[in-house]
Design a protein around this ligand. Structure first.
Ligand code: NAD
Length: 368
């Protein structure tokens, strides 16, 4: 088991990463100071696959655990689910000293974390992420929230967990596409912050995609460390934290322009990174060799769903609506060299528009 510590303005918390952690969860959390049983929030799929392992870890320490089972999928990251969690907390007679254990992917973590941020003006929560995306990205950093009809993640809070337990052995039950989608966030971490991580992915990609426990654990630790460092430096997303959005500006627009149906989030980010690399080369920011190297890695992960049929005007409209894109000047994250990101604060709108228009038509161009 490896530990990454996340520091923020009012404290710090451990992210523990390792195979088989679920069965040790009770001991770990008791040592971290939790005495009462948590209210556990999960979804049916995660519970069916891994609930018994988690219970075997928790029950000897905490006894009977209250459980709230929410719907599976992004469409359940909403107000109704939040109410369901509050109801569960009241039924469990929760008070200000109670705590939530979020057991699932990013959806469970975000909505359960938001319930924790708001119930009785904020109670503690522990994240036990079960997808690769959630382990390397969404469980760390304290952003919690829900979607509303007006858009994704538009209602939320910053509420740091008390601990994160990433049991890498649960990743073996992910469908391959889900594993790949999470892996793009690992590629992103390397691209913005760590050439050694990129090199590691280049050499161990087949093992990682094949579920090799040691390789997966190393990748999760490396990416968690990067996210922890960046978040520690900029908890409230005022500056540096923006580099975590590499590939996300266009990624979000691609998701929106295809009604969130065609791409997994990570896949849209993969296209976003490929486009940002090409644009970086065109504007002289990105080293062409490094762009080629990263684009090659991105395309080795899996065959991405194509960009065919996407109306460029829809894409551009979505892009301009992006909350990070909207305010005044156009900012976008580019890569200077592998492991080094740069926030370009004043992007030429027309140039970007022209570039993206041709990219969407012939995305393969960036690979050459
Ligand atoms: N808070 C943040 O900083 C942050 C960052 C990135 C993404 N997010 C959010 O995360 C969400 C996406 O997270 P996600 O990709 O984990 O999606 P998800 O939570 O929907 O999980 C994807 C699917 O995998 C299933 N699953 C989970 N664990 C499994 C396992 N071990 N084995 C088999 N199946 C399993 C889930 O039931 C679901 O069907 C989005 O809502 C996004 O907005 C938040």
């Amino acid at each position: 088991v490896r530990t990454v510590r996340v520091c923020f303005d009012r404290g710090s918390y451990p992210v523990r990463v390792g195979g088989g952690l679920l069965r040790e969860a009770g001991n770990i959390l008791a040592n971290a100071g939790f005495a009462a049983p948590p209210v556990l929030v999960t979804n049916p799929r995660v519970w069916r696959l891994h609930g018994s392992a988690l219970l075997s870890g928790l029950e000897p320490t905490f006894g009977k655990i209250h459980r709230v089972v929410i719907g599976d999928g992004e469409r359940f990251k909403n107000h109704a689910t939040l109410s369901l969690i509050y109801d569960g907390l009241f039924r469990a007679r929760a008070d200000r000293h109670s705590w939530i254990l979020a057991f699932g992917g990013g959806v469970v973590g975000d909505v359960a974390g938001f319930a924790a941020a708001t119930f009785m003006r904020g109670i503690a929560f522990v994240n036990v992420p079960t997808t690769l995306l959630a382990q390397v990205d969404s469980s760390i950093g304290g952003k919690v929230g829900i979607n509303v009809p007006q858009g994704k993640n538009l209602v939320g809070a910053f509420h740091q967990p008390s601990a994160v337990l990433s049991d890498t052995s649960v990743l073996r039950t992910l469908v391959p596409r889900e594993l790949a989608a999470g892996l793009y966030e690992v590629v992103k971490s390397g691209a913005i912050r760590s050439e050694p991580l990129v090199r590691y992915l280049e050499t161990t990609l087949p093992q990682i995609l094949g579920g090799d426990p040691e390789c997966l654990e190393r990748a999760v630790v490396a990416a968690s460390r990067i996210k922890a460092h960046v978040v520690a430096a900029d908890e409230r997303e005022k500056g540096l934290r923006m580099i975590l959005n590499f590939g996300h500006t266009l990624g979000h627009a691609l998701e929106a322009a295809t009604d969130y149906r065609r791409f997994k989030h990570g896949e849209a980010v993969a296209w976003g990174m490929a486009a940002a690399l090409g644009f970086g080369v065109e504007t002289g920011v990105t080293d062409p060799g490094d762009s080629h190297r990263l684009a090659t890695l991105i395309h080795r992960v899996e065959k991405l769903p194509g960009l065919g049929g996407i109306e460029f005007d829809d894409l551009w409209t979505s892009l301009e609506r992006d909350k990070k894109f909207r305010s005044g000047r156009l900012r976008i994250v580019l890569i200077r060299r592998v492991g080094e990101a740069e926030i370009c604060a004043d992007v030429d709108r027309r140039g970007l528009r022209r570039y993206l228009k041709q990219f969407v038509r012939r995305p393969g161009g960036v690979e050459a």
